[in-house]
Design a protein around this ligand. Structure first.
Ligand SMILES: *[C@@H]1O[C@H](CO)[C@@H](O)[C@H](O)[C@H]1NC(C)=O
Ligand SMILES: *[C@@H]1O[C@H](CO)[C@@H](O)[C@H](O)[C@H]1NC(C)=O
Ligand SMILES: *[C@@H]1O[C@H](CO)[C@@H](O)[C@H](O)[C@H]1NC(C)=O
Length: 391
């Protein structure tokens, strides 16, 4: 059945549900948007129309979205919603030419501002450290520079920043975190890139998947450590900081690697992708819905509590979860098609733990328990709403 038809036929029940939900939790439902962003990948042939997705994300209170392109249908659908967008352009070779960069920004970014809040452009995705050819790696910084220049020339640089998203493979060492270092063979690209990010005050984005580390050596990597479950943690002998999860260790390893290149405190680190697959091939150990629910649920709870990493306790961890939907056309192992929080029809792939069970009030702080209850109530409402929207 058509989603639109369903939308109209269920409009009255939706309204009723909304009333019920807001009556239950009027203040919290209206108040705090969730503090994580979400990657809206579209390598699939069965996704709902962007206007439906806009409704879904607003019902979830997700107000930050990352795209891999600058799909005009999506940017149009989110006009006036206040949702913040990171858009992407992976055509590095094209963008090194200033005229192309200017054309792209003026045709694909500028027309949507300010009604759609585009705040950042990522130029390329995981260009360094993943076996790409030297030509691509050499184009990265010039492409970022010409996009930035185009934004400056068009008077948009105060609203829209430029960066790129890295794989953790740019690091040669990530443990202990204090020993974090960039790969020697990438230094010629990384060094000027860091200087540029510092100069234009843009963040260093990293795609980090503790799942890959676990999958590669399930017998030596602790599952509770990668899933943010209770565990004794590991102490960094150089700093005496204790890490109870791998993601935070990876973030602090990036800070250490940047410091070793002379950028001690001038570039923030953000997680442009992280997640856990709910399914995979037989040899993909750990790829299942139970682990995915723990990873994403525990992470969101920590984000809601405003946690920082051991090295930067006062800087809340900033995360874009991967991903909104399962993407059926992604190549590679089965896990690649199973990162979504939702099936394309809007049904949650798993219960993320917002049913209250794993969000029971923390004994430690009242701030924590109240924010997690808010989230829990919100997300419970969302599940109900989703049924109304999509079934
Ligand atoms: C480069 O990108 C621009 C803007 O998106 C496009 O109009 C143009 O055709 C592209 N040029 C080449 C050579 O790919
Ligand atoms: C830039 O940001 C300011 C402040 O948020 C806003 O008022 C303005 O409309 C934005 N301009 C564009 C072009 O997005
Ligand atoms: C770490 O703790 C040990 C034992 O308490 C102490 O001897 C050492 O000086 C500490 N190192 C740092 C860097 O704080």
């Amino acid at each position: 059945m058509e989603l639109c038809a369903i939308f109209f036929s269920s409009a009255s029940s939706l309204l009723l549900l909304l009333l019920l939900i807001s009556a239950n939790d009027a203040v919290s439902a209206a108040a705090a948007p969730l503090k994580f962003g979400i990657n809206y990948g579209q390598i699939a042939n069965n996704l709902p129309h962007p206007t439906q997705v806009s409704g879904l994300l607003q019902s979830l209170s997700v107000n930050r979205v990352k795209l891999y392109d600058a799909d005009p249908a999506v940017l149009t659908a989110f006009a006036g919603t206040g949702v913040e967008f990171i858009v992407g352009n992976e055509d590095l070779h094209n963008l090194t030419d200033a005229r192309n960069a200017r054309a792209w920004v003026s045709q694909r970014v500028q027309p949507f501002l300010p009604s759609t809040r585009i705040t950042c452009v990522t130029v390329g995705n995981e260009v360094l450290g993943n076996g790409k050819d030297a030509a691509a790696m050499q184009s990265l910084l010039p492409a970022m520079q010409s996009v930035n220049q185009a934004l400056v020339d068009l008077g948009l640089s105060g609203n829209v920043s430029v960066t790129t998203a890295h794989s953790v493979n740019v690091l040669s060492t990530s443990y202990p975190p204090s020993a974090g270092a960039f790969r020697e063979d990438l230094a010629e690209y990384v060094r000027p890139l860091l200087n540029f990010l510092a100069e234009i005050r843009s963040p260093f984005l990293v795609n980090a998947y503790p799942f890959f580390a676990y999958k590669a050596s399930p017998s030596s990597v602790s599952l509770p450590y990668v899933l943010f479950e209770p565990n004794p943690g590991v102490r960094d002998p150089a700093t005496n900081l204790t890490y109870d999860n791998m993601l935070y260790a990876q973030i602090d390893a990036v800070y250490a690697a940047m410091k070793a290149m002379g950028h001690a405190d001038d570039i923030p680190v953000r997680i442009s992708e992280t997640g856990w697959p709910s399914g995979g091939d037989a040899d993909e150990v750990g790829a299942n819905a139970q682990n995915a629910a723990k990873y994403n649920g525990n992470l969101m709870r920590r984000i809601a509590a405003g946690e920082g990493t051991p090295l930067r306790p006062n800087v809340p961890v900033d995360v874009f979860v991967f991903a909104l939907f399962n993407e059926d056309m992604k190549p590679g192992p089965a896990s690649e098609r199973n990162y979504g929080l939702f099936y394309p029809n809007g049904t949650p792939v798993y219960n993320i733990g917002f049913d209250g069970a794993s969000f029971s009030p923390s004994p430690t702080t009242s701030t924590f328990s109240s924010s997690s209850r808010t989230t829990s109530t919100l997300l419970m409402g969302v599940v109900v709403l989703l049924v109304a929207f999509f079934l």
